[in-house]
Design a protein around this ligand. Structure first.
Ligand SMILES: [Zn+2]
Ligand SMILES: [Zn+2]
Length: 362
């Protein structure tokens, strides 16, 4: 996977380069107005805490999870004026999770990446703080709920999200409860990722089913609150509104994350760059790159990195912010509303201690 030169990336760099100076100034002023959209968003959201880099496309997965390297991730966040980005990789295959030993290739690669992230923070000053993390899988290891990574790895990362993907007994209320209670009780877990993804039989009409479905949540939310676990509002797999209203009553804190597997991931137009790029990405993940793919991927990356998250993503974010506001939630309950809030949550409320967090706190 080729890297992109930092000077080639910049939100709107390509979109605005032909604008006359006067129009550029007008746009800048609009962004900075106290009642402007960018100002509104920045009160609530100063960085993403669930982002996949190319490390999430692990050897043998055979499909693309993400393609960017750490420096590209940081440059992208810088160009949007954000304060931080947490890189939370997949560990084992989300569709077929399996326990990884501390000395496994995946375990060791996560620790190596955490070291690289720490070095980037220490060696090159930036407004954007980088945090290391993982999106661990919650699954059934035989009859018992399990995480795919051991405490020895999890405790060395700055942020641990635990998520259920497609697993055995995915939509049995009792199994949903058992797996989420298990995750809420793991000391190294900080956030439950997309808590109600793959939990509901949406077309089920029997009142008994829904009664039993909704009866599991009070205990789960209470256990999360007791153990200071945050609830993720994942903009890729949004939670049910009813569940968020319940979570608010349990005083839970929220993370609002794009869970980006690519930037501008909802971009629909099928331009030549995008079509060619998607094909080349597939060949890269399947380890069968062809002549010319390096150049195609580079052009694709510059296009994505330069165009920001895109309108669809921003609308999803703003819609959730407005909802939370309507339900009486204030920005201090959203962990990623500022870098200070994020560091406070991890070090004070969660009691985490890593060299990187020490450095970012200093
Ligand atoms: Zn996930
Ligand atoms: Zn994810």
């Amino acid at each position: 996977m080729p890297s992109v030169d930092e000077s080639e990336i910049g939100a709107e760099a390509q979109l605005t380069k032909k604008l006359p100076a006067e129009e550029k100034t007008k746009r800048q002023e609009r962004r900075e107005r106290p009642d402007g959209l960018a100002q509104y968003i920045s009160q609530w959201w100063q960085g993403d805490a669930h982002t996949h880099s190319k490390e999430s496309t692990r050897p043998g997965f055979g499909y693309v999870e993400a393609i960017y390297d750490l420096k590209e991730e940081r440059k992208y966040s810088e160009s949007l004026g954000l304060e931080f980005v947490c890189i939370t990789e997949h560990a084992s295959l989300p569709g077929a999770p399996a326990k990884q030993a501390a000395n496994s290739e995946i375990g060791q690669s996560l620790l190596a990446e955490a070291e690289r992230i720490k070095a980037i923070n220490q060696e090159q000053s930036s407004q954007v703080a980088m945090l290391s993390g993982v999106e661990a899988n919650i699954f059934y290891d035989g009859a018992e709920p399990a995480l795919d990574l051991p405490p020895a790895i999890l405790e060395k990362l700055d942020l641990v999200i635990a998520s259920r993907h497609k697993i055995d007994r995915s939509k049995e209320p009792e199994a949903v409860k058992q797996t989420l209670l298990f995750a809420a009780r793991q000391p190294q877990v900080d956030v439950i990722g997309h808590p109600d993804r793959n939990t509901r039989i949406n077309n089920e009409t029997s009142p008994q089913y829904w009664e039993s479905y909704w009866s599991i949540w009070p205990e789960i939310l209470d256990e999360m609150a007791r153990n200071h676990k945050a609830f993720e509002i994942n903009l890729n797999a949004p939670p049910s509104k009813k569940l968020i209203e319940m979570a608010i009553k349990y005083n839970l804190k929220f993370f609002i994350n794009f869970d980006a597997h690519d930037f501008n991931q909802y971009k629909k137009e099928q331009t030549g760059i995008i079509r060619a790029g998607e094909e080349a990405k597939k060949r890269w993940a399947e380890e069968r790159m062809q002549d010319g793919d390096e150049a195609i991927l580079k052009e694709y990356k510059i296009d994505r990195l330069s165009s920001g998250p895109g309108v669809v993503a921003i609308l999803r974010l703003v819609r959730w912010l407005k909802r939370l506001e309507r339900w009486g939630v204030t920005p201090d309950r959203v962990v990623n509303s500022s870098k200070e809030n994020l560091l406070h949550f991890l070090t004070e409320e969660r009691g985490k201690q890593t060299e990187n967090l020490d450095f970012l706190n200093s």
